[in-house]
Design a protein around this ligand. Sequence first.
Ligand SMILES: [Zn+2]
Length: 293
Amino acid sequence: MDKQKSSKITRRKFIKTSVLGVTAISLGCNQSNKIKFLIRFDTESRQKNEMEGFFKKIISVQREYNIPVSFFCLGTAIEIRETEFKSFYQEVKDDPLFDIQDHSYSHVGLGYQDGKSVEVLRADYEKSFAVHERVFGKRPVGVSLCGTGGRDGRLVCGFDATQKSRAELDMMANLGIKMINTNLCDSDSTTEFVNYSKIGHPEIMGFPNGLSDSGWLRRKKYGDPIEFIKSQIDEKAKQNSHMAIMFHDSTQWIDVDDKELNYLRTIAEYTRKQGYELLTHVECYDRKGLWQS
Ligand SMILES: [Zn+2]
């Protein structure tokens, strides 16, 4: 408990000081050179009653075990579960363990070969950001890309692949987005932080993503879920690579009925043991050295 408390204090001290432009190293904190592990929750369930209790539980688990998580919230889900989202936001808005971002209004796809027009995509994101503003009083600066289940054809290899995919990134930049999945043809989207300077957006950070719980947990594609994730963490730690994991609120709470959020806790604890530093996406954004060099 004391250990957790002290690491929380160190963390908060760092965040507060980082705003002043003081580096972690000068504070005597050795966290900055560690490999990073990003935990993301795509928060998109539209099942209001079935999701009851989720936010309360995740707040208590994150605080008890000091687990930073970024929540990429779908506009329609925020509308349907508005009361719950609103009180969640009020409770966590000043706590650096929580980072609230966007996941489009209706789960539209960016970066697909036969995707919707840029105008339709823009309207969808604008609608979602307006919901954020109304319910939270704040616009998001990050989005996580949505899967569209084959409806829009294949993904192109990156935002630099086609004229349309470049226009999609330009459009997101115009909406004020500063963080989005790493999505460049010559980058490893599962381990690399990038910036988009090569296609005109040095201000946008690309973050690593992967290991969706739809595959390893809901569909049990790789056998025992925890053994599989541990083997992935071991492998990446050995390569000294950053990594990320993607949970869904509905997968954890409804599909696999993990009402104690044991998967989240177990994985967070294991990554720390393997040498990872856990942090939110917005904290990564603040560490300019991670993605601007
Ligand atoms: Zn999604």
